[in-house]
Design a protein around this ligand. Structure first.
Ligand code: AP5
Length: 210
């Protein structure tokens, strides 16, 4: 099964991708995580992406489409995958179509902007493995230390309040039109993302299996 997770920054796409990955045994492809790894490793695409990411802007389509195309050609994607954070523009969705990729379902996780701002101000991410936590909703066992790898957890640079405002604006302008794009194909399902993490996961799996 090939799935797309759609939603505003901080709606919980990454959190739900982990649950779906475990339930369906298919890999998650997060363009955000791939780009952050590229920045960390100082690769050509990482150097190109860094400025856009730090200021909350979208990385140019051609860079992201190139990264995505290589990743879905890998062996572990043969039985399906979860796209977390791609596509984010209509040209990216069209590129996916022109690669001949069939998308089975697009799950939109809906959370209003005010709640998003509250969530992102409490998010902490692991410097080592990239795991994501929240100071209130998903705390680490030991404050400031990743449960999975023991490295330090930090605030993501693009989670500063002014950058979050800009990311939300870009989401509404450039990414939200994808809802209409996939609704026209009969693939869009919307899940209420304001519930507790467990309840959102139950609704998400129900939407995928239903
Ligand atoms: P990316 O990493 O994809 O960021 P994003 O879409 O802005 O999404 P986030 O990772 O911020 O949030 P999420 O929805 O995964 O939420 P999470 O589960 O962490 O992209 C980063 C940047 O890379 C972009 O700005 C852009 O520059 C670039 N980029 C990436 N893909 C691109 C593309 N295709 N084209 C162009 N540029 C691209 O949850 C958020 C917090 O809330 C966490 O702390 C979590 O613990 C908590 N939480 C989650 N669910 C709940 C719940 N139900 N209740 C309470 N708290 C919850």
């Amino acid at each position: 099964m090939n799935l797309i997770l759609l939603g505003a920054p901080g709606a919980g796409k990454g959190t739900q991708a982990e649950v779906i990955c475990e339930a369906l045994k298919i890999p998650t492809i997060s363009t955000g995580n791939m780009l952050r790894a590229a920045v960390k490793n100082g690769t050509k695409s990482g150097l190109e992406a860094k400025g856009y990411m730090d200021s909350g802007k979208l990385v140019p389509d051609e860079v992201v489409i190139g990264i995505l195309k290589d990743r879905i050609a890998e062996d572990d994607c043969k039985n399906g995958f979860i796209l977390d954070g791609f596509p984010r523009t209509v040209p990216q969705a069209e590129a996916l179509d022109s690669m001949g990729v069939t998308i089975d379902k697009v799950v939109e996780i809906y959370v209003p902007d005010e709640k998003i701002k509250q969530r992102l101000s409490g998010r902490r991410v692991c410097e080592g493995c990239g795991n994501s936590y929240h100071v209130d909703f998903k705390p680490t066992k030991v404050e400031g230390i990743c449960d999975a790898c023991g490295a330090k957890t930090v605030i993501r640079k693009d989670d500063e309040p002014a950058t979050v405002e800009s990311r939300l604006k870009i989401y509404h302008e450039q990414t939200a039109p994808l809802k209409g794009y996939y609704q026209a194909q009969g693939k869009l399902v919307t899940v209420e993302g304001q519930e507790e993490v467990k309840e959102t996961s139950r609704l998400t799996l129900e939407a995928i299996n239903g």
